[in-house]
Write a protein that binds this ligand. Structure first.
Ligand SMILES: Cc1cc2nc3c(=O)[nH]c(=O)nc-3n(C[C@H](O)[C@H](O)[C@H](O)COP(=O)(O)OP(=O)(O)OC[C@H]3O[C@@H](n4cnc5c(N)ncnc54)[C@H](O)[C@@H]3O)c2cc1C
Length: 392
């Protein structure tokens, strides 16, 4: 495979798999990559991605996945994001953000009913954490679920939910025991969005990620049967933290994807475009930007693979996932910005897709944990490690 980023750290099977996903993306998504940013939610493409097996590479075979692990999910995330960021955000919200909590904490019955159709691409999932008054401080969550006989009654609002208005199922987090801290008083539920009392307040108008839908949702006395609880009552915060580790690793891979295509266009353009009688790559002001882009892409891809490998070995990856997401998402903003600069006026037009990737990339130092929160987490994990090793 022609690849301008190093394959050294990847296995032969992973390299072959990347080739397969890239060919799928070029055939099925590239021809409509600009169009789907202006049209309706691309449900048919999600179905095709599911049929091709790319919703379930990290899910068990018993539920329809291929059990290859997060190191394969990051290949899917990078390859599809290198074509259209919003489409992969929609795919990943369903397959990973919704899928991983159900896969890891759901019963066999829950997985069969609420995960298998997601992996096939027939149904859409979303995850509901953020609320109008609660973003980074997830423990301050206000949505509540109260037990009433064999049911839970859910009340509250969720904001900025990817796939929200088009989802069939949501993995929703709510406080079930307000008498204790959220760490022990939060629970996770599977919510069928056709339930009475579930409504869409609005879809948010976004800077980028136009092919996805991101919504504000409301629960008014939504009744959930007890068998829709994920894990145990009070286990929600643990489920949430576990989900964020896989989400952050997959977002890091997406960020490599958003940056890779603008980088490729900028390298070619700087070789072809002539000013002052020379290709502009002859000027260090241009070519050193290319050096920085290459360095950030190689380092970012290696960091992301390291986090995924550690996750697949059941190691704690809070620090590695945070480092990978922070580095790649900040790099993606810089790389897409520099690519626009290298193309000059042409980079600012829609003649090239760089402006789309620039707008898409801007989200990812916010969604799934802001850059500030990730810096907080990294230093917290560093001090914890030093403390455990008696190095403080
Ligand atoms: C397009 C999009 C899609 C999204 N998809 C989903 C989804 O599918 N599901 C979901 O649940 N959520 C989703 N989100 C929400 C996203 O995860 C939150 O926006 C994010 O966690 C930040 O929360 P906030 O926007 O409320 O910002 P706030 O938490 O209000 O933060 C505002 C600013 O203050 C800073 N800040 C806050 N606390 C601290 C601190 N302790 N130290 C330093 N700085 C701090 C933040 O870093 C940020 O810069 C999505 C958001 C967007 C925009």
């Amino acid at each position: 495979m022609v690849d301008y980023l190093s394959s050294t750290l990847w296995t032969d099977d992973e390299i072959r798999f990347r080739e397969e996903v890239r060919a799928f993306g070029q055939k099925e998504i590239a021809p409509v990559a600009d169009e789907i940013d202006k049209g309706p939610y691309p449900r048919d493409l999600i179905r095709k991605i599911g049929q091709a097996g790319y919703m379930g590479v990290h899910h068990e075979k018993e539920v329809g996945g291929s059990a290859r692990g997060l190191s394969y999910e990051i290949i899917v995330a990078e390859e599809l994001s290198s074509i259209n960021g919003g489409l992969d955000m929609a795919r990943m919200a369903s397959a990973t953000l919704y899928g991983m909590p159900v896969s890891k904490f759901g019963t066999d019955e829950q997985k069969k009913k609420y995960l298998t159709p997601i992996i096939k691409g027939e149904k859409i999932g979303c995850i509901g954490i953020t609320e109008p008054d609660v973003g980074s401080d997830t423990a301050g969550m206000k949505t509540k679920a109260e037990k009433d006989g064999d049911e839970w009654v859910l009340n509250g609002e969720k904001k900025f939910i990817t796939n929200g208005s088009v989802a069939d199922y949501m993995c929703a987090f709510a406080i079930t025991d307000p008498s204790v801290k959220a760490k022990n008083g939060m629970s996770a539920f599977i919510v069928d969005t056709k339930s009475d009392g579930f409504s869409v307040v609005q879809d948010h108008e976004l800077l980028g990620m136009k092919s996805a839908r991101v919504s504000w949702l409301k629960f008014e006395d939504v009744r959930i049967l007890s068998d829709m609880l994920l894990g145990e009552p009070g286990q929600g915060f643990h489920i949430l933290m576990d989900e964020l580790d896989s989400e952050r690793t997959a977002i890091a891979a997406e960020a490599i994807g958003y940056a890779r295509t603008p980088y490729e266009i900028a390298v070619k353009y700087s070789n072809e475009r002539e000013q002052f009688g020379r290709p502009i790559r002859a000027f260090e002001g241009v070519s050193f930007k290319i050096s920085d882009m290459a360095m950030k892409l190689e380092a970012g891809r290696a960091l992301t693979l390291m986090a995924a490998r550690a996750y697949d070995r059941d190691e704690n990856i809070t620090k590695l996932a945070s480092i990978a997401k922070l580095f790649t998402t900040e790099s993606a903003i810089q790389i897409t910005n520099d690519a626009i600069q290298i193309l000059g006026g042409a980079g600012y037009t829609t003649d090239y897709p760089i402006e789309r990737f620039f707008r898409d990339a801007r989200l990812m130092t916010i969604g799934g944990g802001t850059a500030e929160i990730l810096r907080f987490l990294i230093q917290r994990e560093v001090f914890k490690e030093f403390d455990e090793l008696n190095k403080l």
